[in-house]
Ligand binder design. Sequence first.
Ligand SMILES: Nc1ncnc2c1ncn2[C@@H]1O[C@H](COP(=O)(O)OP(=O)(O)OP(=O)(O)O)[C@@H](O)[C@H]1O
Ligand SMILES: [Mg+2]
Length: 510
Amino acid sequence: MQNPQSQQATDVIIETRNVSRVYPGVTALDQVNYRVYRNKVNVLIGENGAGKSTMMKMLAGVETPSSGEILLEGKPVSLTSTQQAEKRGISIIFQELNLFPNMNVMDNIFIANEFFQRGVINEKYQYALAKTLLERLELDVDPYAALGELGIGHQQLVEIARALSKDTRVLIMDEPTSALSQSEVRVLFNVIEQLKRRGVTIIYISHRLEELMEIGDHITIFRDGRFISEREVRDASVPWIIEQMVGDKKKHFDYHAAAQGDTILQVEGLTALHQNGGYKLNDVTFSLRKGEVIGIYGLLGAGRTELFKGLIGLMHCQSGSVLLNGENLAKRNFQQRLKRGIALVPEDRQAEGVVQLMSITANMTLSDLSLRGFRRALRMLNPGKENQRVNEMIGHLAIKVSDAELPITSLSGGNQQKVVLGKALMTGPKVVLLDEPTRGIDVGAKTDVYHLIGNLAQQGLAVMFSSSELDEVMALADRILVMADGRITADLPRAEATREKLISASTPQA
Ligand SMILES: Nc1ncnc2c1ncn2[C@@H]1O[C@H](COP(=O)(O)OP(=O)(O)OP(=O)(O)O)[C@@H](O)[C@H]1O
Ligand SMILES: [Mg+2]
């Protein structure tokens, strides 16, 4: 007590000293002194590409520092593999899902961490433990269910169950809630509280400020690969945090309605059934004009993703019609619809958006699947053209990248999301469907995406985007559709939309 210095020292469970990590062309971390406080929820925030995930990879043994050292309980440690880090009690839930869709839920939970009895996997024990863990997460899923059949939010909970199955002293969660619904976030927060009571130290990364303020005890801010500041959360205000994050690059978005033209998309009675009865889409009717921005608000599972998939032909609809410029698309498949001018930026960039091993350029130009011939011709005529367009797009979206020929996995999570966006725009669409376009994007870059959507509308494109953030829908959309249980429960012009109306329309009727 007498010596605050030593008091603090024992409160620090992990400390980095001058840790740097250099990749070709980028200094992801620059001489960072970062402290993790024992038995606290340590929240970490910073713009896309600030170095958060890179730091976590060092602590979890996935990557090693280029220089500097990591101290655990005051002693230097070398963490050169995840096994090594786990042996010391540090485990990580990655930003990007790290699971095997073809395997069942249980095997995903215990992979590389199986329980053996006399040399064979103790299946009975694992099953029981899996069940307990899933129940703790209030996830009503059979441990034998194939993982790939679960929605992305539930998959993320399975990833969390996997971390809970290990004996963990320090649990790192890198954007664990980006795919979770509000109620799933509540469950996760309860689990975090439980873990804390058992003495576990948590590191929690998120771009959602309200979450950080609620769950965090201690906040640290990184900017451009550097440590900027830290504080007790109770002493930190939102404006202070934003200022620390962005420095002097402040950004602001003003809504301007674009001039609206003719109806370009007309959807009538679109209905899709679940195999087990129930509706994925239930009699969905609306129309979209050129220059119009429609925001779709709804909770996870409300049918937003299904609507987009139905529109672009990735999901079969039993009845109803989709007219694009008056042409019925019923007989048109995904590729044909793409060619006619509908583009989709999917929600789950890992599964549907990016090809991990390919370069940023290749990923962006990949969307022209149906236009492959055109692209090949273009490349023969003018090999520089592709790169030029990619570079334009990188500039346009402010993607933080040192070299477009690097693999896409070299980008931070939020910047990968921007590549997926750029990819859809490269097809020269007339109607752009954006499924949760700002998921995993930092507050500054969100403004970039808002500007981009505004610009698309100004250019006469019709835009539809989904979001589970009320403020976002209200800030951006000319018109707001609310979905619940596969139905459209409200269709409101901007001026009539209030938080209350949107929330009440989004609540499924029991
Ligand atoms: N393997 C790699 N090769 C090259 N550059 C990399 C690699 N991994 C990360 N980087 C770069 O390091 C920087 C920091 O990335 P990092 O993933 O740590 O950011 P982040 O703070 O987690 O961002 P986000 O909020 O978008 O997830 C980025 O500029 C990124 O492009
Ligand atoms: Mg990250």
